[in-house]
Design a protein around this ligand. Structure first.
Ligand code: KMH
Ligand code: ZN
Length: 296
C-alpha cells in the first residue's frame, strides 16, 4: 500500500493525504455560524470529515466564549473528544493566533498530540505579523523530536524552505524520520496561491519529503489542482476557505473535504485513510482500534 514514486525534490504517494483545518484562529463564530468551535462541534466535524476522506485534523482550539485559546486543559479536552469521535491523526497548531506568545505556543505540545504544525518563518499576515523567529523554530523542532511528536512544517514563502534545509542540516530529521511540508499559499503577505509559486517550491523541498498545499480564500481551488498535478497532498477547511463558490458560503467543513476527495479520486490518487496517513508520516499506529477503522 501507499507505493512511493519519486518526483522532483520529494516523493509522490499513490494516495492523497487530506488534512482538515476546520476552525483556525482568525474567523469569528458570530461572522461564520458554521465554524466549529465547541468541543461537540469539533468532535462532530472530525467524525464527518473522516467519513468523506480526511485523515489528519489540524486543530486550533476555542474557549467557551468562542475565542482562540491555548489553555492546556481546554486543548486536552478537545483532543480527547476528537480521539473519541474519529481516528484522525491529531495535529495541534503551534501557530495559534498572531497574538499568542512563544511559550504558550510551545506548551501545547504538553497535550500530547500525534503531530503539530511548525511554521518556518515570520510572515506578514494581513495587517498583522505572524512571528516565527529562528530560536522558536529550533525549540519546536527539538522538543517535538524529544517527545515523538511529528511536525508538519508550514511554509508561507519560498525562503521558508531554505530555513527548513538549514534546520534539518543542523538539528537532524524530525520525529518519525519523514519530512512533510504544507505550503500555505495566498496569505496576504506570503507567497501567492498560484501554480507558478507552487512549482517554484518543488525543487526546494528536502530529498524524500512529501508536501501538501493549502490555498487561502479564492486560491483554494487553483492550489488544490496544482498540488494534485504535482503529486502533492491537500489541506482544506474553514480555517482557510469560507466561500465554496462566488457568492456561496461554505456549508460546513465536510463539504470542503468531499470536494478535495473527489478531485483526488479524479487524479487517481484516492484519499488515504488515517492508518495510511500514519504510515506515510511516520506516526506509530494507535494501540487500540479506534472507532471508525474498527468498524470497517
Ligand atoms: N493562525 C495563524 C496565525 C499554524 O496553525 O501553525 C497561524 C497558523 C499556523 O494557523
Ligand atoms: Zn493553523
Amino acid at each position: 500500500m501507499n507505493e512511493q514514486r519519486p518526483v522532483a525534490g520529494g516523493q509522490q504517494s499513490a494516495g492523497t493525504l487530506i488534512t482538515l483545518a476546520p476552525t483556525g484562529a482568525e474567523s469569528a463564530k458570530a461572522d461564520v455560524p458554521a465554524l466549529p468551535v465547541t468541543v461537540e462541534e469539533v468532535a462532530a466535524t472530525a467524525r464527518d470529515g473522516q467519513a468523506v476522506g480526511a485523515a489528519v485534523l489540524h486543530l486550533h482550539v476555542r474557549d467557551a466564549e468562542t475565542r482562540p485559546t491555548l489553555d492546556l486543559p481546554r486543548v486536552r479536552e478537545v483532543v480527547a473528544a476528537v480521539r473519541e469521535s474519529s481516528d484522525l491523526v491529531v495535529q495541534l497548531s503551534t501557530g495559534g493566533a498572531v497574538t499568542d506568545p512563544a511559550d504558550a505556543r510551545l506548551a501545547v505540545l504538553d497535550a500530547e498530540p500525534d503531530a503539530a504544525s511548525l511554521s518556518l518563518g515570520t510572515v506578514n499576515f494581513g495587517r498583522d505579523v505572524f512571528a516565527n523567529p529562528w530560536d522558536l523554530i529550533v525549540e519546536l523542532h527539538t522538543q517535538m523530536q524529544q517527545r515523538g511528536i511529528v511536525p508538519e512544517y508550514e511554509a508561507f514563502d519560498l525562503g521558508h524552505l531554505a530555513t527548513l534545509a538549514r534546520l534539518l542540516d543542523r538539528y537532524g530529521p524530525p520525529a518519525g524520520g519523514h519530512v512533510h511540508v504544507d505550503l500555505v499559499m495566498g496569505v496576504p503577505g506570503g507567497m501567492p496561491g498560484t501554480t507558478a509559486a507552487l512549482a517554484a517550491c518543488l525543487p526546494a523541498l528536502p530529498p524524500g519529503a512529501t508536501f501538501a498545499a493549502t490555498g487561502v480564500g479564492r486560491t483554494s481551488l487553483p492550489v488544490m489542482l496544482a498540488a494534485l498535478s504535482a503529486g502533492g497532498h491537500l489541506r482544506v477547511g474553514m480555517e482557510d476557505t469560507l466561500t465554496y463558490a462566488p457568492g456561496e458560503p461554505v456549508r460546513d467543513n465536510a463539504q470542503l473535504v468531499a470536494r478535495a476527495a473527489g478531485l483526488a479520486r479524479i487524479a487517481q490518487r484516492p484519499p488515504l485513510t488515517p492508518f495510511q496517513a500514519r504510515q506515510l508520516l511516520g506516526i506509530p499506529a494507535e494501540t487500540t482500534a479506534a472507532p471508525m477503522e474498527a468498524a470497517r
